[in-house]
Design a protein around this ligand. Structure first.
Ligand code: NDP
Length: 347
């Protein structure tokens, strides 16, 4: 069984590749340039020709995936820009939407052996900012970010531009599938994760290049001054998260479970505030030996569970439990393993 994974060098995708290989699948990963192949080839060298890497320079180009989809049984589409420094929202929206529709189009034309396509969407395509606590489910769509980006364009907050790219890409995926489902031998499943934390196995030189979510974790949980964040910030900022390894498992289960076809699925391990991770980090024995000089303290106990702490965003995760049967690592495991990863990297 061969699986195509787009953006294979990414923080999440490389764990998807690893999980697939560990479970006996063959993997063809796509990357943007040849120099990104070396790390993947080395990391997965023991899998021999079960692991293959192909270069697709521009995923938004018409027919970009035409060759790559040939002969694969399933696709995990994770490649999509995830950064907060786009000026024009289209810098994010175009590759997100065209990359997603493009891979589906290629599968329609040349993916005769494809049975399931899993697209990595996001909680960003579901949630909206609220002032009162709200529980979101797979029935919700983030129309708020689309309105803001439509109204403000380049002046929209960067987070809204990113959310719009994810919402529009997921909408385009469902639209494409609904239009073409009678003519294809595959079905679509979508995974909607919140913030992703956990150890990093992609090629990275410094904490600042860990990736958008993982760098935030490093800054707030591994730097003794939490990168200048106030105690109030640490106790009040945070939403929902999943460990990157559990998310990789969710991607594989979404390929395997028949009932995942036609579904968008929220996967979330639970709620967090930075203070929660900091408190857990300070219980690790022996303490991690970080080159940062030590862990932050913040205001212990001021996070989740404190009477004044409010979580506005909640996710209904019953579908993931029912269809995927996904088990989540605990916050203690995620924190311990992430800090051990920094220690191993000499950070
Ligand atoms: P990374 O930045 O580590 O990985 C993104 C991958 O997409 C990389 O392989 C990157 O290639 C590729 N990519 C980005 N922009 C383009 C582009 N314009 N053309 C071609 N390829 C591109 O991010 P993550 O692993 O964190 O994210 C992976 C997916 O998960 C994304 O779809 C993201 O939206 C989604 N997600 C992430 C969350 C998180 O907290 N991390 C939460 C929810 C969803 P290159 O390395 O060459 O830039």
């Amino acid at each position: 069984c061969k699986v195509l994974v787009s953006g294979a060098n990414g923080y999440i995708a490389i764990w998807v590749v690893r999980t697939l290989l560990e479970k006996g699948y063959s993997v063809r990963g796509t990357i943007r340039s040849e120099e990104k192949a070396a790390h993947l080839r080395e990391l997965f060298s023991s899998y021999g020709d079960k692991h293959e890497v192909v270069v697709i320079e521009d995923i938004a180009k018409e027919g970009a995936f035409d060759e790559a989809v040939k002969g694969v049984d399933a696709i995990e589409h994770t490649a999509s820009p995830f950064h907060m420094n786009a000026d024009d929202p289209d810098e994010l929206i175009n590759p997100a939407v065209n990359g997603t529709v493009g891979i589906l189009k290629s599968a329609l034309k040349y993916g005769q052996s494809v049975k399931r396509i899993v697209v990595t969407s996001s909680g960003a395509a579901i949630l909206r900012d609220t002032t009162t606590p709200c529980t979101f489910s797979e029935l919700d769509w983030n129309e708020q970010c689309l309105e803001i980006v439509r109204e403000k364009g380049r002046d929209a907050p960067n987070m809204m531009k990113y959310r719009a790219s994810k919402t529009l890409a997921e909408k385009a995926a469902w639209e494409f599938w609904n239009k073409n489902k009678a003519n294809v031998g595959w079905d679509l499943a979508v995974v909607n994760p919140p913030f992703v934390f956990g150890p990093a196995i992609q090629a990275i030189a410094t904490p600042s290049t860990l990736g958008t979510s993982a760098t935030l974790f490093y800054n707030h949980v591994a730097l003794p001054n939490s990168n200048g964040a106030t105690n109030e910030f640490l106790a009040s900022v945070g939403t929902a998260y999943i460990d990157v390894r559990d998310l990789a498992e969710a991607h594989v289960l979404s390929l395997e479970k028949e009932a995942a076809g036609g579904e968008r699925i929220i996967v979330s391990a639970g709620l967090w505030k930075w203070q929660d991770f900091i408190d857990v980090a300070n219980t690790i024995s022996p303490p991690p030996k970080l080159a940062t000089g030590g862990l932050p303290k913040g205001n212990p106990g001021a996070g989740t569970g404190h009477p004044s702490t409010v979580h506005l965003l909640h996710y209904d995760t019953t579908k993931a439990a029912r269809i995927l049967g996904l088990k989540y690592r605990t916050m203690a495991e995620t924190t311990r393993d992430t800090l051990a990863d920094y220690e191993a990297k000499g950070w």
